[in-house]
Design a protein around this ligand. Structure first.
Ligand code: ADP
Ligand code: MG
Length: 692
């Protein structure tokens, strides 16, 4: 036995059968066993008298067998009556063998452990763990707490404990098998135990740790959580580090296009937009790929910034790819960029998965022979065999819809000769500082913290669906005043079909109730051409009311639509609601957002909607949502690349993050060799993006 990367079958007693079960738990090699930590612990050091037992509590009992019998009535079972002088109880087995029946014969002393519950004849234990002992006074064999591991079908605690124990013995005999990649001096500063000690503690702790362990509040848990978070942080830093070694084209600031572009706009840039543009221009003058995230609230004007960046690349003779998360948004960008760049001799093309046949061939050909300068599309842009002639800049809009891993994978593509394109990532979803470290450490961040002037803040109302009639009346008035309205239907189900159906029904009902109003419908199941036709009709005010699913969350821009009704807002995340709400308040009119919830509302839901009513600051909203709901929800279950942790819990372990960042920086100086193995230990093969 030489290392922990051997398959679990290298251990005694682990055959193919057990290995397959373990694989279901994500355990493949011996090292995985060490990191398969108990979900809770049981205290089996104290014997409990039967007379003092309570239902619902797990307990260790020692008692004498009074009789054992097979019950044929009802479900066939083996009943074993035991007593200890303070009372009696039954052990019940639905699966049993003849030898078991024989072992549990009258007069034998046993020790058993299980949860106690009410049975037919008083208290009982079902399928307890038990062993025969010499007498009621036999000393308790167990010391410390007994670990209880997450299981899968066909695997029991006994087997798992035995196998894990083997792995533990292995690494305590040969500690060099499990290197501690965090330098000792750092561990001492943080008062953390070394890796093997931490792992041993968690698998076989002393009973004094019981409470602290249940709360994840031991140095051992903290150390492992810390290491895990550190690994996630390091992966991103490593990506950044690598990209500094890559070459990229220099766009030296040829202003010929940008000057004319700014003159053609009906407004001047905000100070914040100008600052971000300066950051980007500065990056472009270095010979390394820019990796920059532009964060700006909805409506802050990120698209103009992207267009400006594109023009710097175009002036240097390079191509630009603009990627959006949905077809609808891609289409909007295509129209915007085409319109803005129509004053130049720039060919803007559109490419999504839906473009087929000769039209597609033509676009691909133009990208390859450099007659297309800008391509706008969905992620199909990079999934397929699109060959660029001179790709200089990749712009990714609304990045939160793409996961971290997708972004890193993308980085490996688009290389030509030795040059890699610059990357500009834009998001409206403010990520709280704590999470940014685990999401964006590979990026430099610029923030557009100012909205274009003249916007009136959106007034948000939280009202019950019982007042639906009033809301519908209001829509009537609104439309009479020549203004437009969004009505957003939400469903928790991810199913496009169900969402579409809900929106269709709502549109029909509203059309009946509002005979003078032109009602349109927009959902994810419609064909692109249909969607575009509806959007155009709404933009040109042929439609007054647009009933939509959350597909309109990003990018849609119709300034005259200044009232939005969101049904069942309690189903959505606050950041998502904030995004949706950002569809109104784009013109100079008063704007309203009505959050029409389904009563009764839970206390948390009430608080959450209150946050949205009281704040317009995406950062504040995201921070508060984080406190109320926890990071899993914020980072989005819908997000494909959502970070999954084995041990860390961002709510519990938020206090570790400052140190994670600091130690991350320190490792690059002090122990660079440790970084890759540390990442591999926690993230496995996913850290290799070259193959994605
Ligand atoms: P987002 O940051 O949400 O992507 P957009 O780029 O779509 O925002 O811009 C929102 C609206 O604001 C657009 O209609 C855009 O033309 C307009 N806009 C952008 N910058 C300015 C500015 N400096 N002054 C006035 N309007 C602006
Ligand atoms: Mg946008």
């Amino acid at each position: 036995m030489t290392d922990l990367s051997q398959p679990v079958t290298a251990l005694a007693g682990v055959g193919m059968h057990t290995a397959q079960r373990l694989a279901k738990l994500g355990i493949h090699v011996i090292q995985d066993l060490l990191f398969h930590l108990p979900s809770r612990y049981e205290n089996r050091t104290q014997v409990c008298p039967i007379g003092a037992l309570q239902a619902g509590v797990s307990a260790l009992i020692r008692a004498k067998v009074e009789f054992t019998d097979v019950l044929l009535k009802g479900r066939r079972s083996l009943i074993c009556r035991i007593s200890d002088g303070t009372g009696f109880m039954d052990l019940r087995f639905f699966h049993f063998t003849a030898s078991q029946q024989h072992t549990l014969k009258p007069g034998v002393f046993i020790s058993c452990f299980a949860e106690v519950r009410y049975g037919y004849a008083g208290l009982e234990m079902v399928h307890p763990e038990y062993s025969v002992i010499a007498s009621l006074d036999t000393p308790v064999g167990e010391v410390g707490l007994t670990p209880v591991y997450p299981l899968t079908e066909g695997l029991n605690q006994g087997v798992l404990r035995k196998v894990i124990k083997q792995a533990l013995v292995l690494c305590s005999n040969q500690p060099q098998l499990l290197p501690d990649w965090i330098p000792t001096s750092i561990l001492q500063d943080l008062h953390y135990p070394d890796l093997i000690t931490a792992i041993q503690t968690l698998h076989s702790p002393g009973d004094s740790l019981a409470d602290a362990l249940q709360q994840g509040d031991t140095a051992a848990t903290k150390r492992l959580a810390f290491e895990e978070l550190l690994a996630h942080h390091l992966v991103l830093r490593l990506a950044r580090h690598k990209s500094n070694a890559w070459q990229a084209p220099v766009f030296s600031g040829n202003q010929s296009l940008t000057v004319r572009f700014l003159r053609s706009l009906p407004f001047t840039l905000t100070g914040a937009q100008q600052r971000v543009i300066a950051d980007i221009s500065h990056d472009f003058q270095k010979a390394h790929p820019m990796m920059r995230l532009v964060q700006g609230d909805v409506g802050s004007g990120k698209t103009i910034v992207a267009a400006y960046a594109a023009l710097l690349a175009l002036a240097a003779g390079y191509q630009v790819a603009v990627m959006a998360p949905t077809e609808l948004l891609a289409e909007q960008h295509f129209k915007n960029f085409s319109a803005w760049f129509s004053i130049f001799d720039i060919n803007v093309v559109f490419l999504t998965g839906q473009l087929k046949g000769a039209a597609r061939q033509q676009v691909l050909q133009q990208l390859q022979d450099n007659t297309a300068n800008v391509v706008v599309g969905t992620h199909a842009l990079f999934q397929e065999r699109v060959v660029f002639s001179r790709l200089g800049l990749v712009i990714i809009d609304e990045q939160h819809r793409f996961g971290v891993h997708q972004r890193l994978a993308l980085r490996e593509k688009g290389q030509h000769n030795t040059l890699r394109p610059h990357q500009l990532v834009m998001t409206a979803t403010p990520i709280p500082r704590t999470l940014a470290m685990l999401q964006y450490s590979d990026l430099d961040i610029s923030i557009i913290d100012e909205l274009p002037p003249g916007r009136t803040p959106i007034v948000t109302r939280v009202i019950s669906a019982e007042r639906r009639d009033e809301v519908i009346d209001r829509i009537n008035n609104w439309v009479e005043n020549k203004r437009q309205v969004y009505w957003v239907c939400t469903l928790i189900e991810e199913s496009d079909a169900l969402q579409a159906e809900a929106a269709e029904n709502t549109a029909q009902r509203l059309a009946l109730l509002l005979p003078k109003v032109h009602v349109g419908l927009l959902h994810g199941r419609m064909k692109n051409a249909e969607k575009n036709a509806v959007m155009e009709a709404f933009k040109s005010h042929q439609l007054d009311l647009l009933v939509a699913t959350t597909v309109i969350e990003v990018g849609v821009d119709v300034p005259n639509a200044s009232l939005m009704v969101i049904e069942n807002p309690e189903r959505l995340g606050l950041s998502q609601l904030h995004q949706l709400r950002g569809r109104v308040g784009r013109g100079t009119n008063d704007s309203y957002c009505v959050l029409m919830y389904q009563a009764p509302l839970s206390e948390t839901a009430r608080q959450r909607l209150g946050i949205l009513r009281d704040s317009h600051d995406g950062f504040v909203i995201a921070e508060k949502d984080l406190q109320l709901r926890g990071p899993g929800e914020i980072m989005g279950i819908r997000q494909t690349g959502a970070v999954q942790f084995k041990i860390a819990d961002l709510c519990r372990d938020a206090d570790l993050l400052d140190n994670v960042q600091q130690v991350g920086a320190q490792l690059f100086k002090q122990a660079p060799h440790a970084i890759q193995p540390l990442c591999d230990r926690w993230l496995g093969a996913t850290t290799d993006y070259s193959e994605v």
